[in-house]
Design a protein around this ligand. Sequence first.
Ligand code: RRO
Length: 308
Amino acid sequence: MISFELAGVNFSTPAYNAAGVYDQYAEELNKLGASESSAILMKSCTIEPREGNPEPRYYYNGQVSLQAMGLPNLGHQAYLELIPSLKIYQKPVIASVAGLTVEDNLKMLTDFANSDVDLIELNLSCPNLTGKNQLAYDLAGVSEILIKIKPLCSKKPIGLKLPPFYTRHQIQAYSQIFLNSGLAFITCINSIGNTLVIDIEKERSVLKANNGFGGLSGEYIKPIGLANVRMFYEETAGKLPIIGVGGIETAEDIFAYILAGATGVQIGTKLWHEGPECFKKLNADFSKLMNKKGYSKLIDFQGQLRSY
Ligand code: RRO
């Protein structure tokens, strides 16, 4: 059995799409629905539709995956309207909210809390908005918004999408405020912001927006994703469910994230390149790996990482 439960919502397998990947348009979301992705997570949205940043805004060389998409999305009303048609796939439908202001976030969270969506991920960690801070790095700002959204947390399970943190001290401080916040889960990690790839032949950055700076994803960020999941698991004593994301390519990677403490995982870069068919092999390989290791449920090994 490779299913898991998050805030009372059942996921038939450990893996589904990461926000921002294969999830902007109805056609993509329907393909996720028809695939073996265990949920349909919709693109992070704003109140108004957005085109996003100018091209080139995505770069991939087989290892490094860098983007500065700039939050292109259909606007939150369009995603609200898509929910009933996505529910026919009988898997969790998840909204991702990334407002440009606290007020926008409250408005969108309220609207999604009153909808048929199963869960909401509040994304405070987009690295690609020129001139905007990543609110998630501001502990006081995060505390304030959590107080404001607490009443909504009893209406609908709400989680936070977090950026990578680099010190245990930070993770301790955030864990303390998360534990009493009413949050149903956290998702670790968003892409690593403000990274740069240079084309030395052209003597320029590979991306156009944001002076060439973008968010790094893919295999390079897996150790950082695993470390953030593990540290949050330790600092919250396993009391706050964590969705792991960052560089997952294989069933073994899924296993590693769950061993570190993740309840479930999301797939980003791999899905971007292979499309939703990738879930089929991941699930089959993951079931085989569980059998080989003699585990019958995810919770048999979740968080059970040994250290010397
Ligand atoms: O759209 C984006 O540029 C974007 C978002 Br909202 C995010 O949360 N993380 C990211 O790497 N890109």
